[in-house]
Design a protein around this ligand. Structure first.
Ligand code: PMP
Ligand code: GLN
Length: 390
């Protein structure tokens, strides 16, 4: 977590957003919407703040949100979740991930993630003293895929936790049922607990999102994580949750109480209102968001292809990744340093999501992650700027 000179490293997102603010470049680095979330959810937050109570929320989260999470999992995936013992509300998915890994892994254990991986995974695993192992999502003509041989080789007798993520940040891949089954079979064979980060569960463009907890034998060993940030476009509210078997949730809650104790109750109530969705407004909002993200994805894909990048078509998330090699850039880190000045665009080299020096980081050396969760006018400005890379 410390840089070579002992300074505390900033996250890649904080660094890139600072660069965008400093240069005035379009920020296609950090994934957050540049518009507000829906009014009906904001109104619910205002009402909850006014009504109170505004003191500490219950340790597991406000009951309305625990119930709404359980009902959501039943409605969308047919999962049976007990709202009183099997749900924990957290300060964003980030805390759910951290508390889970801290609860489950320690020195001598291995935690397995996909590679590339979301940045907080490596940092959190380092905090536990466990060893971080990865299984590569390998690029092919058809997109990023898991290789069955890699999956089998990645599990060892020390593997304690498989920390999964689908839809996947940064590649935009949605793992297929077959790929998830490969992972699930190994998790069962090695008696591994699965922690699955599904924050982009509703942001898919045709591919089916399969929660790993719905596969045979998995509900009893899986903690499923999601967050209001992505589904409702309130990334700043930091309302997340997880659910799973009561013993696992209790273990995570034990850790969570010493991280943040609890999060803001009024925001939890507003998210409960949104998830319960008695009037269908949330479903309509999410459906429109998905459609508009698909359009924005397609616009950015076109702009990048036009300049000479070779992008993959992502099936979900806020992100796409593109190879800059056809454009003559074989080092994405150098390109991302140059792009703000030359093209007025900030993006992130995909190696920021890889283990330093790994085989995959060499394969993906010239790859860049762009977010398209920005307004059409902003994406148009980016597209015009990118032309200057030709
Ligand atoms: N997991 C993934 C894959 C993410 O992309 C993000 C951030 N957008 C998070 C977790 C963090 O979510 P939150 O803001 O709810 O903590
Ligand atoms: N999840 C966002 C991304 O991948 C960033 C969130 C953060 O900055 N921690 O861009």
């Amino acid at each position: 977590l410390l840089g070579p000179d002992g300074t505390v490293a900033a996250t890649i997102f904080a660094e890139m957003t600072a660069l965008a603010n400093h240069t005035g470049a379009v920020n296609l680095g950090q994934g957050f919407p540049d518009v507000e979330g829906p009014d009906h959810v904001k109104d619910a937050a205002v009402a909850a703040l006014r009504e109170g109570p505004n003191q500490y929320a219950p340790g597991a989260g406000v009951p309305e949100l625990c119930e709404a999470v359980a009902a959501h999992q039943k409605r969308h995936y047919g999962l049976a979740v007990d709202p009183t013992s099997e749900v924990l509300v957290t300060v964003g998915a980030t805390e759910a991930i951290a508390a889970s890994i801290l609860a489950l892994a320690g020195p001598g254990d291995e935690v397995l993630t996909l590679e590339p991986f979301y940045d907080s995974y490596a940092a959190t695993i380092a905090l536990t003293g466990a060893t971080h192992r990865t299984v590569a999502l390998r690029p092919s003509e058809a997109g990023f895929h898991l290789d069955p041989g890699d999956v089998a080789a990645a599990f060892t007798e020390r593997t304690r936790v498989l920390l999964l993520n689908s839809p996947h940040n940064p590649t935009g891949t949605v793992l297929s049922r077959e790929e998830l089954t490969l992972l699930a079979e190994q998790a069962i064979a090695h008696d591994v607990t699965v922690v699955t980060d599904e924050v982009y569960e509703h942001l898919t463009y045709g591919a089916e999102h399969v929660p790993v907890a719905t596969l045979p034998g998995m509900a009893e060993r899986t903690l499923t994580i999601s967050s209001a940030g992505k589904t409702l476009s309130f990334t700043g509210w930091k309302v997340g949750w997880l659910h799973g078997p009561a013993e696992l949730v209790t273990a995570v809650r034990t850790v969570k109480q010493f991280l943040t104790y609890v999060g803001p109750g009024a925001l939890q109530k507003a998210v409960a209102h949104a998830l319960a969705d008695d009037d269908g407004r949330t479903a309509a909002y999410v459906s429109d968001l998905r459609d508009s993200l698909r359009e924005r994805r397609d616009f950015l894909l076109g702009a990048l292809r036009d300049v000479g990048f070779a992008p993959f078509v992502p099936e979900g998330t806020y992100f796409l990744v593109a190879d800059a090699a056809p454009l003559g850039f074989d080092d994405a880190v150098a390109l991302c340093r140059e792009m703000p000045e030359r093209a007025g665009v900030v993006a992130i080299p995909i190696t920021a999501f890889c283990t330093a020096g790994s085989e995959l980081s060499r394969t993906l050396r010239s790859w860049v992650r762009f977010t398209y969760v920005k307004s059409p006018a902003v994406l148009e400005r980016a597209a015009a700027g990118l032309q200057r890379l030709r």
